[in-house]
Design a protein around this ligand. Structure first.
Ligand SMILES: *[C@@H]1O[C@H](CO)[C@@H](O)[C@H](O)[C@H]1NC(C)=O
Ligand SMILES: *[C@@H]1O[C@H](CO)[C@@H](O)[C@H](O)[C@H]1NC(C)=O
Ligand SMILES: *[C@@H]1O[C@H](CO)[C@@H](O)[C@H](O)[C@H]1NC(C)=O
Ligand SMILES: *[C@@H]1O[C@H](CO)[C@@H](O)[C@H](O)[C@H]1NC(C)=O
Ligand SMILES: *[C@@H]1O[C@H](CO)[C@@H](O)[C@H](O)[C@H]1NC(C)=O
Ligand SMILES: *[C@@H]1O[C@H](CO)[C@@H](O)[C@H](O)[C@H]1NC(C)=O
Length: 299
């Protein structure tokens, strides 16, 4: 009888402890802490998962990444990015190699886009990755009697009599033709183009990779001090948001103990044995579960 009573009163205590913690966790973040919490979120859309710095967009506020690296999600299935006014589908984000893989949306359905726009990359932020080359499609060229010129294709352009187009390696202007478009392609896929399972439209849909020249070193310093990386566009610099609401310095002070959930490069708790309870709450992916376990082990 006595032992039943004490076990039921200890489970009541347990329940009230749990609800106290859950209430604590539901307090909305204070304004100055919004970026720490927003940038702890990762962007996911379709097959693109858990993207953090140097990108922003979706549930990540604009202070979480470089202004030109905004991701969006179309139909809950397709991640998109706009670079120099050209729409791209995001095919992959590889933080380990600091690479982004994209393909031009206007070439998703063939070689004939509704308007002709070059691929332009800001060299301060994006470089064509090794293995990819510039490739030019020229449109609306005067008819040429010769059949079977390699790289010849057909595209009807409104108001233009000729629908002959040609492909060329490297960057080229339109010359005697109506327009030209430079699109990077995979050198390996291009070489393989005679192969029946490969074709020029497919090579364009396979996209290309760009190296991101973000300040990963600054971000690494930030995450290793348990901060969350962001970008301060008032000074054009990578910045660090801390759990103690400070920001602007390169690292967080040791007192801001919480570990971020946000950086895909640096997931999971750093502290594994004898960690302070706040640490475990802040670094747990499922706070409720972690607290239950913690309290159960105290009881
Ligand atoms: C999104 O859905 C709309 C309507 O179903 C469709 O027209 C569009 O092509 C879709 N976009 C993508 C990127 O799948
Ligand atoms: C996208 O997914 C979210 C959550 O899974 C859902 O609430 C929303 O309605 C979906 N939107 C579309 C356009 O399917
Ligand atoms: C591709 O073209 C751009 C200019 O549009 C140039 O800056 C870049 O160096 C070229 N890259 C390669 C690999 O040829
Ligand atoms: C694309 O770039 C080439 C030079 O690399 C230029 O000659 C051409 O006019 C550009 N095309 C468009 C549509 O801007
Ligand atoms: C043809 O291309 C496909 C995919 O690009 C590749 O897997 C295959 O090995 C290629 N075949 C030959 C004979 O090159
Ligand atoms: C930040 O970059 C923008 C665009 O490149 C530029 O206009 C601005 O002057 C820069 N600001 C600082 C403080 O460097």
């Amino acid at each position: 009888m006595g032992s039943q009573l004490s076990s039921s009163s200890s489970s009541t205590l347990l329940l009230s402890l749990i609800s106290a913690f859950l209430i604590l966790l539901e307090i909305p973040p204070s304004h100055s802490n919004e970026l720490y919490s927003s940038c702890s979120n990762l962007f996911s859309c379709g097959s693109i998962k858990d993207v953090g710095y140097p990108f922003w967009g979706g549930i990540r506020a604009s202070g979480c990444g470089y202004p030109d690296l905004e991701l969006s999600c179309e139909n809950n299935t397709t991640a998109k990015i706009v670079i120099a006014s050209v729409d791209y589908q995001v095919l992959g984000v590889y933080p380990e190699t600091q690479v982004l893989k994209i393909s031009r949306q206007d070439y998703a359905n063939g070689l004939c886009p509704s308007k002709f726009t070059n691929t332009t990359l800001d060299p301060a932020l994006l470089d064509l990755a090794p293995g990819y080359i510039n490739f030019t499609m020229v449109y609306g060229c005067p008819p040429n009697g010769v059949l079977n010129i390699p790289g010849k294709f057909t595209c009807n352009i409104n108001g233009i009599a000729s629908n002959d187009g040609y492909t060329l390696l490297g960057n080229h202007g339109a010359g005697i033709c109506f327009s030209s478009v430079v699109v990077p392609v995979s050198q390996a896929l291009l070489t393989d183009i005679g192969n029946s399972s490969n074709s020029l439209p497919k090579v364009l849909q396979e996209g290309f990779e760009v190296s991101l020249k973000a300040d990963y070193a600054a971000c690494e310093d930030c995450t290793s001090s348990n901060g969350v990386c962001g970008y301060d566009s008032s000074v054009n610099q990578t910045t660090c948001y801390c759990a103690d609401q400070s920001s602007g310095s390169r690292t967080c002070s040791p007192s801001s103990a919480a570990g971020p959930q946000g950086q895909s490069k640096d997931q999971g708790p750093k502290c594994s044995v004898g960690c302070p309870l706040e640490f475990q709450i802040a670094s747990s992916q499922k706070p409720g579960q972690r607290i239950l376990l913690q309290i159960a082990s105290i009881a």
